[in-house]
Design a protein around this ligand. Structure first.
Ligand code: UDP
Length: 304
């Protein structure tokens, strides 16, 4: 519910009526606690089960899924089910409501990519039976299902492939690198870099990601579109930046690299630039400063 909660804010801001559905297995309602709006409703429901919604719906955005490697290792069946059955159920709803449909897919469909940066026409290098297989293959299946509904049932669909996104409201210590490194730095604990830290990622600030999703929702593009920040760096550099910006005295320690951890990741965003006139606006430092402030407050609250 990290990206979803920011998307709810944006949609409400743009004047839409929003129904948010989540079974809360990895999400927390705190992320939408601040929304007191007559145009907003929340239902606790699992989208792998039949979804009933009263009235008309113009857009359906399917973001539901565990999204951190720790979560999908602990919830492998739910991860597969929400990518497969959840996509099927939400597409079914789009069909009866004659709604436009958007799937949030992931850079994980490229697996451990053999080319860098990754354009949308790269088919990927995925291990289906490795620890990440449950997420990667679920999202690959979801994309295939969306295209099938588009081609066969003529549903007006969109597929966005999101690269690493960070910002306020990430779940503390959810296993992803940002909510692990920032609290470590703020508490003066060592930052746990996996492997030798030479693997790369490209981090996009949440407001840019949400703007990209919103633009795609309004555009007429059915093929997948990458949304992410092409500013690539090694995880070791990333750890050093966080130590610098927080002013922490934390050291860096090295721990074993998880199996199938992608060695490089960077989006080719030419398509988003050309078709959506979109590119990230918030630099890493600015995004990190905002996120660090949020985590500082969050940790203070926890310690009260
Ligand atoms: N990582 C790390 N230390 C941690 C958590 C993650 O070095 O405590 C690394 C991880 O091995 C990966 C990168 O940071 O190379 C990004 O990990 P994350 O789980 O955020 O997302 P991924 O991009 O791998 O899906």
């Amino acid at each position: 519910m990290f990206i979803g909660s920011h998307l709810c804010d944006k949609l409400l801001d743009k004047g839409h009526e929003v129904i948010c559905i989540d079974n809360l297995i990895t999400g927390c309602v705190e992320n939408i606690d601040h929304i007191r709006h007559e145009r907003f409703k929340f239902y606790k429901h699992d989208v792998t089960e039949f979804i009933y919604v009263d009235g008309e719906i113009d857009f359906i955005l399917h973001l539901a899924s565990p999204a951190s490697p720790i979560d999908y290792l602990q919830l492998p069946i739910q991860t597969l089910k929400v990518g497969a059955l959840g996509t099927h159920k939400t597409l079914g709803l789009a069909r009866v409501k004659k709604a436009r449909y958007l799937l949030t897919s992931t850079s994980e469909v490229y697996g451990d990519p053999l080319i860098n940066p990754q354009p949308e026409d790269y088919w990927g290098n995925v291990n289906p039976v490795g620890p990440r297989g449950v997420y990667d293959e679920a999202k690959r299946f979801a994309e295939a299902m969306v295209m099938a509904y588009h081609n066969y049932h003529k549903i007006d669909t969109r597929i966005v492939r999101l690269f690493n996104t960070f910002g306020e409201r990430m779940r503390l210590n959810d296993g992803r690198v940002v909510p692990v490194f920032i609290p470590q730095a703020l508490k003066g604990e060592p930052l746990t870099v996996f492997g030798d830290g030479s693997q790369t990622r490209s981090f996009c600030y949440i407001s840019d990601t949400v703007e990209g999703i919103y633009r795609l929702m309004l555009a007429d593009v059915h093929e997948p579109v990458n949304i992410g920040n092409p500013n690539e760096m090694t995880i070791l550099e990333f750890a050093q930046r966080i130590i610098e910006i927080t002013g922490s005295k934390s050291k860096i320690i090295f721990q074993p690299l998880p199996q199938d951890d992608p060695k490089q990741r960077r989006p080719d965003i030419s398509k988003a630039k050309n078709l959506l006139d979109w590119q990230p606006k918030i630099g890493l430092e600015e995004g990190l400063k905002r996120t660090i402030e949020w985590f500082r407050e969050r940790i203070k609250k926890e310690n009260k």
